[in-house]
Design a protein around this ligand. Structure first.
Ligand code: URP
Ligand code: ZN
Ligand code: ZN
Length: 467
């Protein structure tokens, strides 16, 4: 027989209602009030919200970057995610220049195999379409789609490392018209930023604050505009990752107002942290907040919340890419360009967005579920298997205690990193129990599942299901 979660408030993107949720095996069998309890294991969810497991579509576990490797691997990172109420991640494999995408996929499968604690999908970062006018690379993209890699990330930043030119971007976008995949863009004008960075260093400005000061919001907005224009030329949707500023958001809004399928995510760090609040300007501690796009001025925050309310931003992901302060961020002690770019957050996304979004009246409870679970599932080919509490969906279920008080701290978090970007933040609302495919994997902050139980998710390239 099954597990019957009784009397909770079930939350979907559209409604909130009192109902029971019956889990049989790994699947949700029924969601309705008054399910006959006979023979089932009963779980009393009175006073709790029953949410679909969170989906974080932007993480970097075990990623070689900036002369080091991100501090969480698939074990520590996904365990921390689960404790925070996230039951699915989509991470990024990276094609090394001059190599085949399949090599990267195999490498990332090996990283995750036997380690992932929750289900995971992979995007492919494309760095090179090959020398034969891109033919081999474009065929590789089709091959990846067959393997369930339904999305690709391309970089308009990080010249000589990950950046690709506009021709490559256009070719990749055009290919998705055939294979149904979605292109995700890191939208910053890398060449322009590089000029400013070199000028900044030449002026002797080497402290971490100059990372933020050398990456203007207009360089982000320009790249967002270009990415959307290239997608319009190709006649396909595009998804802007880690959008950080009002200027960039304006570009997405303008495109959507014209009816274009332009999508974007933002992250808790852009909604809640700022240059004013989190940068001293002089201390190397500022390096804790060196990620890309960088911290922005505080006035951007209400604009981003507004973007979430108005559906000009559809998703909140974390861009979880942790580097320890003591021995990784310090690689850039004398030169901000050598600070590994990225920050931790996968464990805290649900808490932060629930508290600062729902409790602080920025978004409704239903919108919270939509931007943390349902929309990511829809956009990235996981819906309705993931992202919703409905008959037939995977039983990824979070029993959420809306009254639980929690203070975020590196002293108590489960991510393998020696600082928290949200140190001391007090939140109300936290995951109490977490089920993944019907298995209770978290109980009050304790991970109960087997390491390596997470499964690779073959995602569907739907080429239009986003509408
Ligand atoms: O600083 C960041 N965002 N690091 C991860 C790589 C990326 O651009 O997403
Ligand atoms: Zn990026
Ligand atoms: Zn990222």
């Amino acid at each position: 027989m099954g597990t019957l979660i009784q009397n909770g408030q079930v939350v979907t993107a559209r409604e909130t209602f009192t109902a029971d949720v019956l889990i049989e095996g790994s699947i949700i069998r029924e969601v309705r009030a008054g399910i006959d309890p006979t023979g089932h294991t009963l779980v009393d969810a009175t006073g709790l919200l029953v949410l679909p497991g969170g989906i974080d579509v932007h993480t970097h576990m075990d990623m070689p970057f900036g002369g080091t490797v991100s501090a969480d691997d698939f074990e520590t990172g996904t365990r921390a995610a689960a404790i925070g109420g996230t039951t699915t991640i989509v991470d990024f494999a990276i094609q090394a220049k001059g190599t085949r995408m399949r090599d990267a996929l195999d490498t990332w499968w090996r990283k995750a195999e036997g380690k992932a604690c929750i289900d995971y999908g992979l995007h492919m970062i494309v760095t090179d379409l090959g020398s034969d006018a891109g033919k081999q690379g474009l065929e590789d993209m089709d091959d990846m789609v067959q393997e369930g890699v339904a999305s690709f990330k391309l970089f308009m930043a990080y010249p000589n490392v990950l950046m690709v030119d506009d021709g490559t971007i256009l070719k990749a976008l055009q290919r998705t018209a055939r294979n149904g995949a979605l292109i995700c863009m890191h939208a910053e004008n890398g060449s322009a930023i590089d000029v400013i960075v070199q000028q900044t260093l030449a002026a002797g400005k080497t402290a971490p604050i100059y990372h933020a000061l050398s990456r203007p919001t207009l360089a982000e907005a320009e790249a967002v505009h270009r990415a959307i224009a290239l997608a319009e030329i190709a006649g396909v949707p595009v998804y802007i990752v880690h959008l950080s500023s009002e200027h960039a958001l304006n570009q997405v809004r303008e495109a959507r107002d014209r009816g274009l399928p332009a999508f974007a995510e933002t992250c808790p760090q852009y909604l809640l942290l700022s240059i004013e609040d989190n940068q001293t300007g002089t201390s190397f501690e500022d390096a804790k907040y060196v990620f890309t796009p960088p911290l922005r001025e505080k006035r951007n925050q209400p604009r981003l919340w507004d973007g979430l309310r108005t559906d000009n931003l559809q998703v909140v992901s974390t861009d979880h890419c942790p580097f320890c302060f003591a021995d990784q961020k310090t690689l850039g002690k004398d030169d901000f360009t050598k600070i590994p770019n990225g920050g931790p957050g996968v464990e805290n996304r649900m808490q932060l967005i629930y508290h600062h979004g729902v409790n602080c009246n920025q978004i409704t409870l239903n919108r919270f579920v939509e931007i943390t679970a349902e929309s990511p599932a829809r956009i990235f080919g996981l819906y309705p298997r993931k992202g919703v509490l409905a008959a037939g969906s995977d039983a990824d279920v979070v029993l959420w205690d809306p009254h639980a008080l929690h203070t975020i701290s590196a002293a108590t978090h489960h991510m393998r990193v020696d600082y928290s970007m949200f140190e001391g933040f007090q939140v109300q609302g936290n995951a109490r129990q977490v089920y993944s495919r019907g298995e209770l994997i978290v109980d009050r902050g304790l991970y109960l599942g087997r390491i390596g139980r997470g499964q690779y998710l073959r995602r569907e390239a739907r080429g239009g299901a986003w509408q």
